[in-house]
Ligand binder design. Structure first.
Ligand SMILES: [Zn+2]
Length: 120
């Protein structure tokens, strides 16, 4: 298993910014978590990991995936990504105030999200 580890073009999933959009509204998240049965998708589209934009055959496969390295890496990347533009602005000496506000807002938001995840 796992003989070809770095095939980035194979099984390409959604870009991080697309996933960000997916996660940005609760309505979209709900929709993705409660998809209609679709026989063209693995597991009929019932086991979807939003951060990784991946379908799983079974709930067990999804659970195993969520504990795995790839999933955690992806979640981490997703958490880091929104900083980039604000950080660039701050670094250039523009909008430091805006950046600080953004960071505190973002951390609040992250806390809420993490609490939600623990409930799941
Ligand atoms: Zn995942």
């Amino acid at each position: 298993m796992g003989s070809i580890r770095r095939s980035k073009t194979k099984r390409r999933t959604r870009d991080l910014d697309q996933v960000h959009e997916d996660q940005s509204s609760e309505a979209t998240v709900k929709k993705l978590q409660n998809q209609p049965l679709d026989e063209t998708k693995p597991g009929l589209g019932q086991h979807y990991c939003i951060p990784c934009a991946k379908y799983f055959e079974t709930e067990q496969a999804e659970t195993v995936h969520r504990r795995g390295k790839n999933h955690k890496r992806r979640v981490k990347l997703l958490k880091e990504q929104p900083y980039s533009q604000a950080e660039a602005d701050a670094a250039s000496g523009l909008g430091v105030e805006k950046y600080n506000k953004f960071v505190s807002d973002y951390q609040d938001q992250k806390k809420t999200q993490e609490n939600k995840m623990e409930v799941e």
